[in-house]
Design a protein around this ligand. Structure first.
Ligand SMILES: O=C(O)c1cc(C(=O)O)c2c(n1)C(=O)C(=O)c1cc(C(=O)O)[nH]c1-2
Ligand SMILES: [Ca+2]
Length: 572
């Protein structure tokens, strides 16, 4: 009998509203999306003593992006192919495993999963075949499942569900398959649908006049990242994806609510407000990472903001209102961006350089690339340093041209750009000398009060493709580079404090937690999907410098703690 063995603690709405510091109950730790932990046992002074405590192979390869979710010493990890592993977070001993039997004839464009949600006594996962499964947290047995769409019709799910107000909120991927995107709220107990919100406004609905003819039926606007939540106003905030098909002339108009931040009433799913970052998207710039809820000090006044580092390469600061309305404050490039000619100072609406807008039979070279100034990996915010940390990719561009599309075939790509052209679209920023090590990936830190970049840690010949964890120990953690490193930086100046090389590329969402007085840092390795596709583009662009480079794909859970007597007892 182990008196210190973890036992499951029911996840109430109160606990989700204010998670205990020792737990990590959702992908970003808290509903505001900060990716911040108040734990400080591991700090800038002692992080050099950080050592591996345990690791565990997940048994699958490809993009492991989920955060290890921890509730009272029990860790839940989801992986590609929709598996979940529940382990004793101190030892790595497996408690149970769940494996979804996915249809064998299903093609996966983005074989990944961004994490589980906890609510009550259940664990929830959104699946590649467009279903939500609820498992009993202590046993891993299926309590219910509910399919929100037909995978044969091009719908799939990669996001972590958001648990709030007794509901499980999910959205669908398929922006490259001609879907009509939506968010569904399911009853956490039964799986019954409570409400549905279509992200492509239909005829007669608000925003419906921003789509012409039947274009709304295949308008895309996927939701493939978890939302954030404001319990005080009971508002959920999501970021929305690209319009489909990609070429903007196939769907003239602004295309609401594509590439936007949207605010929905958690109870009813009613739209309370929105801000479209860029209209009539032409670049696959999904703006799916949900805006962070941050109170920013402006001249002694706390302004309630929504902050988003866009795939369009702009850092957006918006204002949130108790009514859910979203106002515009500022937008400025955080990487080289040559598409926007200006931003309306009142509304934030950009004007475009038409030469940078690809179309059907119209080639365009534009910066940043299709993968954006920042793709899905989430920013972090530390209330201690008051800095926003952005995983950015600078000096990259892309060149594509559209081709005429036939009618949509359910379940097939409906992009209007040949897939091989997409994977070979990456270009260096014009004028950059690629014969020398090239500045690409950056971990940037921004002061939101002044709108100034405070520091940047730059990586050569590598993108930066991983979410950030910030801690009260004055550290920020992240992987994301093509050298398999997992790193800790000083949160105030970006100095590298610690790094370790893992078995494969790291694009996991780091988390931190405490059990029996020991603080741990956890992250998944496992490389794939678009981080790998973009890196393949870099290899061609920078040849022969990266010719020898191999980034393995194997998935592993890694857990670290400080070397010392406490760690030794903890890991035994
Ligand atoms: O339009 C969509 O539905 C959709 C879905 C996904 C996804 O579900 O992962 C990605 C994208 N688009 C996308 O454009 C993109 O760059 C991307 C990168 C990744 C990844 O896991 O690295 N997923 C996705
Ligand atoms: Ca997309």
């Amino acid at each position: 009998y182990d008196a210190t063995a973890p036992s499951y603690a029911t996840v109430s709405q109160d606990r989700l509203d204010k998670p205990e510091p020792q737990n990590w109950l959702m992908p970003r730790g808290t509903y505001n999306g900060w990716g911040y932990s108040p734990l400080d046992q591991i700090n800038a002074k002692n992080v050099k003593r950080l050592i591996p405590v345990w690791s565990l192979s997940t048994g699958v390869t490809d993009a492991h992006q989920a955060a290890p979710i921890v509730n009272n010493g029990i860790m839940f990890v989801s992986t590609p192919q929709n598996r979940i592993i529940a382990v004793d977070a101190r030892t790595g001993d497996t408690i149970w495993r769940y494996e979804r039997h996915l249809p064998p004839d299903m093609q996966q464009l983005h074989p990944t999963n961004r994490g589980v949600a906890l609510y009550g006594d259940k664990v929830y996962m959104a699946t590649m075949d467009a279903c939500v499964v609820a498992l009993t947290a202590t046993t891993g047995k299926v309590a219910w499942q509910h399919c929100v769409a037909k995978w044969r019709d091009g719908y799939y799910m990669t996001l972590a569900p958001l648990a709030a107000d007794g509901k499980i909120l999910v959205g669908v991927s398929g922006g490259e398959l001609g879907i009509r995107g939506f968010i569904d709220a399911l009853d956490a107990e039964t799986g019954k649908e409570d409400w549905k919100f279509y992200t492509v406004a239909g005829p007669g609905e608000p925003g419906g006049d921003t789509w012409k003819g039947d274009s709304w039926k295949t308008g895309g606007v996927p939701i493939w990242m978890q939302g954030n939540y404001d319990p005080a106003t009971r508002t959920v905030y999501f970021g929305t994806g690209n319009g489909g098909p990609w070429m903007p002339d196939t769907r003239p108009g602004d295309n609401l609510f594509a590439t936007s931040a949207i605010a929905l009433d958690v109870e009813t799913g009613k739209l309370k407000g929105y801000h479209q970052y860029h209209w009539n998207d032409a670049w696959d710039w999904d703006e799916v990472s949900a805006p962070l809820l941050i109170d920013v000090n402006r001249n002694g006044r706390a302004v309630h903001e929504l902050v988003h580092a866009g795939r369009d390469g702009y850092l957006w600061q918006l204002q949130r209102d108790p009514s859910g309305k979203i106002g515009f404050i500022s937008g400025q490039p955080f990487v080289h961006q040559d598409v926007f000619k200006s931003i309306d100072p009142k509304t934030g609406r950009p004007t475009y350089d038409e030469a940078k807008v690809p179309g059907t039979n119209k080639k365009a070279l534009f910066c940043p690339s299709l993968w954006g100034g920042k793709d899905w990996p989430m920013e972090a915010y530390s209330p201690k340093t008051k800095l926003l940390y952005v995983p950015a990719n600078d000096n990259l561009c892309a060149e594509i041209a559209g081709e005429k599309l036939g009618p949509r075939e359910p379940g097939s790509l409906y992009v209007g750009v040949p897939i091989d052209d997409i994977f070979s679209s990456l270009r260096p920023r014009p004028g950059v000398d690629t014969s020398k090590p090239m500045k690409i990936g950056q971990l940037q830190a921004w002061d939101l009060s002044t709108g100034k970049k405070v520091w940047s840690h730059d990586f050569l010949d590598s993108a930066m493709w991983a979410p950030i964890l910030a801690t009260a120990g004055d550290l920020v953690f992240s992987g994301g580079t093509n050298d398999r490193m997992f790193r800790a930086f000083d949160a105030s100046n970006g100095k590298l404090e610690w790094e370790t090389r893992l078995n494969s590329g790291v694009e996991g969402t780091p988390s931190t937690f405490m059990v029996n007085g020991v603080q741990y840092i956890a992250v998944l390795s496992g490389y794939g999907v678009d981080a790998e596709r973009q890196n393949n583009g870099l290899k061609k662009m920078l040849a022969p410098r990266l010719d020898h480079q191999v980034v393995p794909n194997d998935g592993t859970i890694h857990v670290f703690a400080l070397m010392g007597p406490k760690t030794e007892t903890a890991s035994r």
